[in-house]
Design a protein. Structure first.
Length: 467
């Protein structure tokens, strides 16, 4: 019982300071400032690395030194504060960047908001660039990100809920949705899943994704990570939920469908037939990224008889002096492609462009000239890579490239039968997938969003417009 009593502040200022410093592990950036208010000693405690010193001086120290008010609460009236009575609350408040005010002969403390407001400017998204549409992107502040959504959704239906996760990290998570659009059952499911990480140390949004995913070991992402406010708004209007993690410049959208990964924000700023063409092109790129290397291996190893004679001789001449099986060629080229991609990502942008261009040309030419890889295989892998880069969401693009490896091995062993079996497994898995309890793929809806955009009478007007 004595231990529980020690959790509360006492009237002994010296004893309170000693316990607080022990709670804060005697950290070097914990600073104290001694003042006097109408003859009573006052101590200010704050973390020098997180607080705004100018705000402390202007809104706390200056009013106290003036001593114009008889009450300390009136002196702090221009600044937001809360009253605390336990050492645990005080230590957590200090860690959040607040300033603690302790008074002599007083068993309460005042927590004053003085967190340093250092924010990155809102710039264009680096990973989801567009030629048509908005050019702003999310930043590392959840409050700023929510304000970007509110500027586009000026409705009282837009609702925000905050939750704090992590026993050590105490990270704030914001759950945003339109109350009139969101499915209450799905929303309840999302909140209940997030409770699974209540006591875990939440560090990044991937931990939230794992808690929300129905099939965490699936190669397909079941929540969409985006840096674009306009994409988040479109999904909110569709009844989806947007989740922000403090200190991460992106949003998680769930539930999500497979088709959303093939959509670009530019689709909402172009005519419907242009959108339809590029959406179909991305769908074709998805199929080619997964199947093209496997199809080439199967034709080269087992089914070359299906080719026209001229194409057959061209193919055989290209692989005549290559000492490796097409499977080895494909795996080698895929690994080289991933190495070049990783090198271009890790290096500074100016050097990365040089590595990407010169490296690809030099390595490609050298491999072909030494007869390690055939010309045709280089073309096939290049088309496969370009097709995967067409997908607007990078996470899905990477998954697609990796999904081609099982089909490559199946094609090398069983030919077209192996490809057909692999595609059957992928299709079955896609149909089985759910995102927050909702179907991931619904075949009848694959072009629904574009068909709904078509003019109703072929002249760009509604047939009921004149009624």
């Amino acid at each position: 019982m004595a231990e529980s009593h020690n959790e509360f502040l006492s009237s002994d200022l010296t004893q309170n300071l000693k316990i607080i410093e022990e709670k804060m592990k005697q950290t070097a950036d914990l600073k104290r400032r001694k003042l006097t208010f109408h003859g009573e000693a006052i101590i200010l405690l704050y973390l020098d690395t997180m607080t705004d010193k100018e705000s402390i001086e202007l809104h706390i120290i200056s009013p106290i030194n003036k001593q114009e008010s008889k009450s300390i609460e009136n002196a702090l009236g221009t600044k937001q504060f809360s009253i605390m009575t336990t050492f645990k609350d005080i230590s957590c408040s200090l860690a959040e960047g607040n300033t603690i005010l302790l008074m002599e002969n007083c068993n309460i403390a005042y927590s004053i908001s003085t967190l340093s407001d250092e924010k990155r400017a809102i710039n264009e998204s680096l990973n989801e660039k567009v030629t048509m549409g908005a050019h702003d992107s999310f930043v590392e502040s959840a409050a700023t990100n929510i304000s970007l959504l509110r500027k586009r959704l000026r409705t009282p239906e837009f609702k925000v809920e905050y939750q704090t996760y992590g026993s050590e990290t105490n990270v704030e998570v914001a759950i945003c949705y339109l109350e009139s659009k969101a499915d209450p059952t799905v929303l309840h499911s999302i909140k209940s899943r997030l409770k699974k990480i209540k006591n875990d140390d939440l560090i990044n949004s991937r931990q939230i994704q794992e808690a929300l995913e129905d099939y965490p070991y699936s190669p397909f992402p079941q929540s969409l990570r985006t840096e674009r406010p306009d994409r988040a708004v479109f999904n909110l209007l569709n009844g989806n939920t947007v989740i922000f993690l403090e200190h991460e410049p992106s949003a998680l959208i769930t539930p999500i469908s497979f088709y959303s990964f093939l959509r670009s924000p530019e689709d909402y700023n172009s005519r419907w037939f242009v959108n339809f063409f590029y959406y179909s092109l991305r769908l074709l790129a998805f199929i080619m990224s997964v199947t093209l290397p496997a199809f080439y291996i199967a034709v080269n190893a087992y089914h070359s008889a299906i080719l026209p004679v001229s194409t057959f001789y061209t193919l055989k001449l290209s692989v005549l002096n290559v000492p490796f099986h097409p499977l080895i060629e494909a795996v080698m080229m895929q690994i080289v492609l991933e190495l070049l991609k990783e090198a271009s990502v890790r290096l500074p942008s100016a050097v990365a462009q040089t590595i990407g261009t010169v490296g690809a040309i030099v390595i490609g030419s050298a491999i072909v000239q030494t007869n390690f890889i055939s010309n045709t295989m280089v073309v096939v892998i290049a088309i496969t890579a370009v097709s995967s880069f067409v997908i607007p969401i990078g996470e899905m693009s990477t998954s697609i490239r990796l999904m081609s490896f099982p089909l490559i091995f199946m094609a090398a062993i069983f030919g077209f039968i192996g490809i057909a079996f692999g595609l059957m497994v992928y299709t079955t898995h896609l149909v089985k997938l759910t995102s927050a309890g909702k179907a991931y793929v619904e075949a009848p809806k694959i072009f629904e969003s574009f068909l709904n955009k078509q003019p109703k009478n072929g002249k760009g007007q509604d047939t009921n417009a004149h009624e």
